[in-house]
Ligand binder design. Structure first.
Ligand SMILES: [Zn+2]
Length: 107
């Protein structure tokens, strides 16, 4: 009998869980082994692209949109408030991302 093919929604759910897990792992090792945490970001991005799932906004903010390096607060990232917006500057590539200060909290 053929193996049951998982439904697309199930695959996406699992992909999302894995992305969350990878970025949590990146968080845990970002101070001791930044290279490893960058690897985790790469894997998480690959999963998100392959399964076409979006990375949650609060996870997306944890790494640089441009060079994909994981942000370590006070080490390789600068966070400033400017005209009611949060400006995040990557110290590696100098890329800036802006977003509103007020954002709903993740559920
Ligand atoms: Zn960068």
């Amino acid at each position: 009998m053929a193996k049951r093919k998982p439904r697309r929604s199930e695959v996406k759910k699992i992909a999302k869980e894995r992305i969350g897990l990878l970025l949590r792992m990146a968080e845990e090792c970002c101070r001791t082994d930044p290279a490893l945490s960058n690897r985790y970001v790469e894997i998480a991005r690959r999963i998100s692209m392959r399964h076409r799932v979006r990375i949650n906004w609060y996870l997306r903010r944890r790494f640089c949109r441009h060079c994909h390096h994981f942000f370590v607060q006070g080490v390789n990232v600068r966070v400033r408030i400017h005209r009611g917006r949060v400006v995040v500057t990557c110290r590696r590539c100098g890329h800036q991302s802006r977003y509103p200060v007020v954002m709903s909290h993740p559920r």
